[in-house]
Design a protein around this ligand. Structure first.
Ligand SMILES: C[S@@+](CC[C@H](N)C(=O)[O-])C[C@H]1O[C@@H](n2cnc3c(N)ncnc32)[C@H](O)[C@@H]1O
Length: 281
């Protein structure tokens, strides 16, 4: 099984110019405000992962695309060995603010590219990634690198913030995607993948896949707040799509909800896909 994984060669997956990298510099300052979760959810996520990592709390964890460190925080607070890598100096600067102090929780932070990890083979017991594979293109290269630096047995944990299906946020996000596609923005960037696609790639090569969701928590949404967030997002903020997207989505939201200021409670969870790679035979 692992021979198939080990044979994923980076040389056959060159980074080509058409795989552009999204710019997270513009979103770094607002990221935590948009994606935060209650402390109890962070602790639950940590426990879900540690229960499945060979070595448990003694394991050495790598998070690729660590961002501002919201996933890392509960691991670092529990004293785990945690290395975080990110290609955005702006995101990493915010993360350093969280972990760079002499006292308090620690994580080793590295500026780098998850498609070419600066670590030796088999260094980590787990590789974590939250909302990253959709922007790391070509994603197969990132997956191959995660597999390379993972000790066996080991786990790759893919995490994503999900909102309840049919909720205002879900409906508006779906409509946003449709509008962007109609404007020619399509999938961004070309060559990214959903967590399910990445898990499927490993499953085809013999890995196990377990799907877990944390407890739910509620937040209040309004169409106006959703729209404002989408328009600030790294995908559209500095592109020509921002204005036509705002117009079309606003019209849709008014039609759907009568007012941009109507409030709705939205249930959210963190979804984790645990990809287990067995010991080398
Ligand atoms: C949507 S944010 C998620 C941040 C964090 N994982 C979280 O969920 O809080 C995506 C992150 O991936 C980083 N990223 C994108 N492409 C990357 C690459 N090729 N190598 C390393 N980091 C990358 C971005 O800089 C950004 O911090």
């Amino acid at each position: 099984m692992n021979r198939a994984l080990d044979m994923i060669s980076l040389r056959v997956l060159p980074v080509s110019a058409r795989f552009s990298m999204p710019d997270f510099a513009t979103g770094a300052t607002r990221f935590d405000e948009q994606r935060s979760f209650p402390e109890a959810i962070g602790a639950e996520l940590r426990d879900i992962v540690l229960a499945r990592v060979p070595g448990g709390p003694q394991a050495w964890l790598l998070e690729t695309g660590i961002g501002t460190g919201r996933i890392a925080a509960p691991f670092a607070a529990a004293g785990c060995r945690y290395t975080g890598l990110d290609s955005s100096p702006a995101m990493l600067a915010r993360c350093r603010g969280r972990f760079g102090k002499a006292a308090g929780p620690r994580a080793d932070l590295v500026l780098g590219d998850m498609r070419r990890l600066p670590f030796p083979d088999g260094r980590f017991d787990a590789v974590l990634a939250a909302s990253v594979y959709r922007v790391a293109a070509p994603w197969q290269m990132a997956a191959a690198e995660a597999s390379r630096v993972l000790a066996r047995p080991g786990v790759i944990c893919l995490m994503k913030h999900v909102v309840a299906s049919g909720s205002m946020e879900h409906v508006l996000a779906e409509r946003k995607r449709e509008i962007l596609a109609s404007l020619g923005a399509g999938r961004y960037p070309e060559g990214g993948a959903s967590d399910e696609e990445v898990a499927g790639f490993f499953a085809e090569r013999g890995a196990t896949v377990e799907r877990i969701e944390t407890a739910a928590w509620n937040t209040t949404a309004t169409p106006r707040a959703c729209l404002a967030r989408y328009l600030r997002g790294s995908r559209v903020a500095i592109t020509p799509y921002a204005e036509p997207l705002r117009r079309e989505l606003e019209a849709f939201a008014v039609k759907q909800y009568a007012s941009l200021d109507i409030e709705e409670e939205v249930a959210r969870t963190m979804r984790v896909l645990i990809i287990g790679l067995a010991a080398r035979s």
